[in-house]
Design a protein around this ligand. Structure first.
Ligand code: AG3
Length: 278
């Protein structure tokens, strides 16, 4: 008989949190950059948390990873062949891009521990790093973008929330640097937080993108394990982004989502129009 119940909770505000009942805590390490915890949860399988915030769970990671890769992939006039991933040390974004046929991926992750943990606990995701089409660099994404001379068809900013090491990934300056590293019809996409609980995060990302790019699009997805379950992504490009005709279906992503995900609630549209006009 189990008398004790163990729970992992992510705090959304002083008064709201989401809790996952866990069988076990598999790991807790403090790295040079952040704290990483891993839990075996009852309903979502393994759950990886960084500084107390859910990064991915075994059972719903596909939603985030499909949405951050397939949406820009299918909005590019030319079929993307090269991609840069900033963050993404679990390998999930890379895996999805490999599945779409991207032939040259550079993945720059700052914390080698994220990669090591993923190799051990999420081997299906981390397998991307043993694919010869994917080059993993442990280092600072901003430095890489600043120094790189390569151009990419896609830049995927798969970062943590803008606290700690990820803050500058949400800045105008960084998006401007990314703009300079895109090929002609290239697209950059960033996870831009929960429009409900992290309104400032969304505003920061959107503000930065409209300053750096003539074309910006915001879309949302239902991600049950992230704050409020309602998540935003922001894409920017130097050229117009339009959906292509033939899209591959994922487990979440499909043609309907590729249209409907751009329909935004009024409170987001209000932010968008205020920031656009600035
Ligand atoms: N990175 C974005 C996670 C942001 C979640 N925020 C939160 N739970 N407060 C996901 C990494 C997956 N490759």
């Amino acid at each position: 008989m189990r008398l004790i119940e163990n729970w992992f909770s992510e705090r959304y505000s002083d008064n709201v949190q989401l809790s996952f009942r866990v069988r076990d805590q598999l790991l807790s390490v403090k790295t040079d950059y952040q704290r990483i915890d891993l839990f075996d949860t009852y309903d979502f399988g393994k759950l990886l948390a960084i500084d107390g915030t859910v990064q991915l769970t075994e059972y719903d990671e596909y939603i985030y990873h499909e949405m951050i890769t397939m949406m820009p992939f299918f909005h590019s006039v030319r079929k993307p062949e090269t991609a840069l991933i900033i963050g993404g040390g679990d390998g999930g974004a890379a895996r999805s891009l490999l599945g779409l046929g991207v032939r040259d991926i550079v993945n720059v992750e700052i914390d080698s521990q994220v990669v090591e943990i993923s190799k051990k606990y999420f081997p299906e995701l981390a397998a991307s790093f043993s694919d010869r089409r994917c080059r993993l660099i442990i280092g600072d994404g901003i430095d890489y973008v600043r120094k790189s001379e390569q151009k990419f068809d896609l830049i995927i900013i798969d970062s943590t929330d803008p606290e700690g090491p990820a803050v500058s990934l949400f800045s105008r300056e960084f998006y401007e640097m990314c703009a300079g590293r895109l090929s002609e019809s290239g697209i950059v996409v960033a996870q831009s937080g929960s429009p409900f609980y992290q309104r400032e995060t969304f505003r920061m990302a959107y503000d930065g993108m409209v300053h750096a790019f003539p074309h910006v699009k915001v879309y949302t997805a239902f991600i049950p394990t992230y704050p409020s379950g309602f998540w935003s992504f922001t894409m920017g490009s130097n050229s117009a982004m339009n959906p292509v005709k033939d899209m591959v279906r994922g487990k979440y992503f499909n043609q309907e989502i590729a249209e409907g995900a751009f329909k935004l609630p009024q409170f987001m549209l209000d932010d968008v129009s205020t920031l656009k006009g600035k």
